[in-house]
Design a binder for this molecule. Sequence first.
Ligand code: NAD
Length: 264
Amino acid sequence: MTIALPTIMNGKKGLIMGVANDRSIAWGIARTLHAAGASLFFTYQNDVYGSRVAPLVKELTGTDNIVPCAVERESDVASAIKTAHDKLGGLDFVVHSLAFSDKAELDGRFVNTSRDNFLKSMEISCYSFILTARLAAPLMTNGGSILTLSYEGASRVMKNYNVMGVCKAALESSVRYLADDLGAANIRVNALSAGPMKTLAGSAVASGRATFNWQGDNNPLRRNMNLDDIGGSALYLLSDLSRSVTGEVHFVDGGYNIVGMMAM
Ligand code: NAD
């Protein structure tokens, strides 16, 4: 189904962090925001991704609005946010759509989580969001909206999701604390909790395909989500339509989070 989008993002300027390829959730969000009239700036993690993402950005926006940003380097995050602000002439929203865990620990028992991977996963998947909000907020002089991506493994046990579930729980809690800190500056902070998607990150979790099929078969809508589904919900949270919504974790999962039994 193609939905005609209102151009409610005309004049809005924002940074998209976390596109790895055209299947990335961040890319789905970017496509929707662009169709709704937003001006966009992008980051990529490293050269491997950059060579794939720069042509996508050029094709979508006709610009070279993209810089590298490995979020464990504070200087990268600061520079990306400032460059986006200066190049676009302002900053109204930021999309943080990235996470990391050693793939080996997204398989098997959570009890075996290593200290090193716990700390690295938390740094990339949660702390980077706090850092991004701290550095972006002073440049969002007309208020704004900051969005991150979560998954229901934050609150319910999802086989093999392991340390990432704990990172997402911390991320969702961070959304609430940041929303309270930044609300006085009219900056809203929210998360989308997406159903399973066929992306690089999604495929890093052992049994990811089985989880994808199970949730698609058993959620109330009896289907999986696509990039436009996530993009539409992101558009709401990043636009003025949601101007009184902050600190929320909004499910885009076909309603899977409400069911207690498999479909019959
Ligand atoms: P993806 O692999 O397309 O995107 C993940 C991104 O994280 C990549 O662009 C990667 O470069 C980036 N990244 C990892 N380490 C980084 C680092 N050190 N510095 C900078 N960037 C780094 O996968 P995706 O599914 O689009 O994931 C985006 C977000 O959505 C993640 O937070 C993920 O946990 C979340 N999410 C995914 C699913 C799913 O099923 N795929 C479901 C719910 C939520």
